[in-house]
Design a binder for this molecule. Structure first.
Ligand SMILES: [Zn+2]
Length: 127
């Protein structure tokens, strides 16, 4: 058991945002240094139904967060809908909105008046 903990890990915040909006979504996410694309979502049906999201490790950090939002929107709408279509755009925007909302809450929670101080928090807001 460790006492080390990220208090503003954007990936955790993003996972939380999708969990609130789309609790039925089920996916594994992995960093892949070999990946040619920025990100990739694969839908497997055999031997069991599973969604795998892969993220390139060659991306700047804030691009990685945005890429994960992009891929999570694919995971939410599923393999049978139009890629980057209207429904996908709507889901993308919903996730981005909820993510920013939760980041604001994190900023307030660990902001001014909190025992850990107010100047060190670095957050990635996406608009
Ligand atoms: Zn895409």
């Amino acid at each position: 058991m460790s006492n080390l903990k990220f208090i503003n890990n954007p990936f955790d915040t993003l996972i939380e945002a999708v969990g609130v909006l789309y609790p039925e979504v089920n996916a594994l996410i992995q960093f892949n240094p070999e990946l040619e694309e920025e990100g990739c979502t694969s839908f497997y049906e055999y031997p069991s139904s599973q969604v795998l999201i892969e993220l390139s490790t060659k991306l700047p950090f804030e691009v990685m967060v945005e890429t994960l939002i992009h891929e999570l929107a694919h995971a939410v709408i599923g393999p049978d809908k139009e890629d980057h279509g209207e429904e996908w755009e709507l889901v993308l925007e919903n996730i981005r909105c909820k993510y920013n909302e939760l980041l604001e809450l994190t900023a307030q929670k660990f902001g001014e008046g909190n025992s850990i101080g107010s100047d060190v928090l670095y957050l990635y807001f996406l608009y």
